[in-house]
Ligand binder design. Structure first.
Ligand code: ADP
Ligand code: MG
Length: 147
């Protein structure tokens, strides 16, 4: 999919939410400034989270609560997958909460097999983003929600 503004990216995230399992993990890939945090803002807004979403680059994990719980995790500054485990990654992933994970490539194979993968790429103008969503078998309805 293509979005042409931060608003459109937030809207796309909201649509994705509608078909998401309660404890879904969303792996967000893309360079700095690609729009990963913007996407999470859309998730939070869709969940009715009242407080503003800020990037957890330094805190690693931010927790929000709306109609469901949302963990926003950013592994940009994590040194190793072991460090993520020491922070309690497994507990967050297993919790009855939506986990949105930026820089999932930093934690290698610790992501659950049923994670939803979202890749954001910059486009041909400054506000364009090319966003691809990959779902595990059985969650094809998540893609239907995006159309
Ligand atoms: P990341 O978390 O991937 O580093 P951010 O979401 O923090 O990226 O920042 C994305 C930046 O790109 C924001 O400044 C946002 O306003 C801007 N932007 C411009 N167009 C878009 C778009 N279509 N979707 C998302 N962000 C966009
Ligand atoms: Mg970010």
């Amino acid at each position: 999919m293509i979005t042409n503004s931060p608003d459109e990216t937030r809207e796309l995230a909201k649509r994705l939410l509608s078909a998401l399992p309660q404890n879904a993990t969303i792996a967000l890939r893309g360079e700095l400034g690609a729009g990963k945090t913007c996407f999470v803002k859309g998730l939070a807004s869709g969940l009715g989270v009242g407080q503003p979403v800020t990037s957890p680059t330094y805190t690693i994990i931010n927790e929000y609560s709306g109609n469901a719980r949302l963990y926003h995790i950013d592994f940009y500054r994590i040194g190793s997958p072991d460090e993520a485990l020491a922070l309690g990654l497994d507990d967050y992933l297993e919790a009855d909460a939506i986990c949105a994970v930026e820089w999932p490539e930093r934690i290698a194979d610790l992501l659950p097999g049923d994670a939803i993968h979202v890749q954001l790429r910059t486009g041909s103008n400054p506000d364009e983003r090319k966003i691809s969503v990959t779902v595990p078998e059985g969650l094809e309805r998540v893609l239907d929600s995006l159309i």
